[in-house]
Design a protein around this ligand. Structure first.
Ligand code: SF4
Length: 411
């Protein structure tokens, strides 16, 4: 068994050398690859200075480029791929055991939320995406294992579960022969101590009706959905191999808004995909104006070797034009997100306290997911120890808003 301090995280400014530094990388698109490389290079410097005794890199980037990277960054001691973590565990000097994956989970963040990975891999073939080649075919984690993991996480202090997968709505098709996300949501919501359950990465095509109903009726499921749509033009959606049309997408958004009143939608889109001309980009802007996503992220298309798009489509939008479209889109979305934040001033919201920074409680409501959305910064009530609030739910009144964060007081 691992000692209880096996994964003690040293503060960044710690003078003490770390025995191990593990870098988990992403190899999805150019921006994500660059971010991973920047982190590896900065850790390689620390390794060179002797601030680290052993530097290990794993995940999608090293899976894709494992042949080239060791010669380029020799400071890294070991490189591993993305599909099997047991060699990483072995490199830490621990004998991997089958139950390690789900039973002995440690919280290194100390936060009252935890990510729950419900499946791995993807059977789809979106034109721009290398994930299916890196992560392999879709494999769901059996429901009883997920419920057991949720119980363990709750016993460690998690109040919120964030369900992730390459496509959460696909859950169950491989092992139960049917989409089973609604049933999983019901079972997880019965776990004592879990108060909020949040859904990320829900593919629009085949979005299950019973999930929509579960979100509308089960008070533990946050009325928050991360649904990457990528585009709205029929031509671009066809080139992307997304399996949906623009009209079908608009109708799904209308249903989500009408059947789950108050739902907050997060999406991502890609600009500059092959086939996106001025007309298609304008259609995307009109759609973003009309759908008013509370949160939206955008990527600039990059041709990725090994993908269907790289083999069959011509990357026909110049890089400066991709950047221009990205800037126009993000400026439009900035106004929408900011208006949404302002509309919440004066409302009373239930928040979960994640942390304390610079004398403020760092909290989120059901409408903010950690690390990707803004936060609600709350004044500490007079005479109270701020740290005693971490992991607690509070009712707050929103006082002010900026483009990203909200500011509130406890009521
Ligand atoms: S659904 Fe498409 S974008 Fe998402 S992981 Fe699968 S292939 Fe990639």
């Amino acid at each position: 068994m691992l000692p209880s301090d096996a994964f003690e995280v040293l503060p960044e400014e710690s003078a003490e050398p770390s025995d191990f530094v593990l870098v988990n990388t992403c190899g999805f698109i150019a921006d994500a690859k660059q971010e991973s490389i920047d982190v590896i290079l900065s850790e390689a410097q620390r390794r060179k200075r002797g601030d680290t005794r052993h530097l290990i890199v794993f995940g999608c980037l090293s899976h894709r480029y494992g042949m080239d990277l060791p010669a380029l960054i020799p400071e890294v001691d070991e490189w591993f791929g993305a599909r099997d973590l047991s060699p990483v565990v072995k490199a830490l000097g621990v004998e991997p055991r089958p139950e390690l994956q789900f039973k002995r989970r440690y919280s290194v963040s100390g936060k009252p939320y935890a990510w729950l990975k419900i499946s791995e891999g993807c059977d789809r073939r979106c034109s721009y995406c290398a994930i299916p080649f890196i992560r392999g075919a879709h494999r769901s984690v059996p429901m009883e294992k997920l419920v057991e993991e949720a119980r363990t996480l709750a016993s460690l202090g998690a109040k919120e579960l964030i369900l992730i997968a390459q496509d959460t709505t696909y859950y169950g098709l491989d092992i139960y022969g049917r989409r089973s996300l609604a049933e999983l949501l019901r079972k997880l919501s019965e776990v004592d101590g879990i108060e909020w359950i949040r859904l990320h990465y829900s593919y629009p095509e085949g979005f299950p009706d019973d999930v929509l109903q579960e979100m509308a009726s089960n008070p533990k499921i946050c009325k928050y959905l991360d649904i990457p749509l990528q585009h709205i033009s029929d031509k671009v959606l066809h080139n992307m191999h997304r399996g949906v049309t623009g009209e079908w997408t608009r109708s799904l958004i209308r249903r989500l808004r009408s059947e789950i009143p108050g739902v907050v939608l997060r999406t991502t889109v890609i600009v500059g995909h092959p086939g996106e001309g001025e007309a298609e980009f304008s259609e995307l802007l009109d759609f973003v104006r009309e759908a008013r996503f509370e949160r939206l992220g955008a990527f600039r298309y990059s041709e990725e070797e090994g993908t269907w798009g790289a083999a069959n489509l011509q990357d026909d939008v110049p890089e400066e034009e991709k950047q221009r479209r990205y800037d126009v889109l993000m400026s439009l979305q900035g106004g929408i997100s900011s208006a949404y934040n302002s509309s919440r001033i004066g409302s009373i919201e239930r928040v979960l306290v994640d942390d304390v920074v610079a004398g403020k409680l760092i909290t989120r409501s059901r409408y903010e997911s950690p690390e990707v959305d803004g936060e609600i910064l709350v004044d500490v009530p007079e005479g109270m120890d701020a740290h005693s609030f971490i992991g607690q739910f509070l009712d707050v009144r929103i006082k002010e808003a900026d483009d990203y964060d909200l500011f509130a007081e406890v009521i």
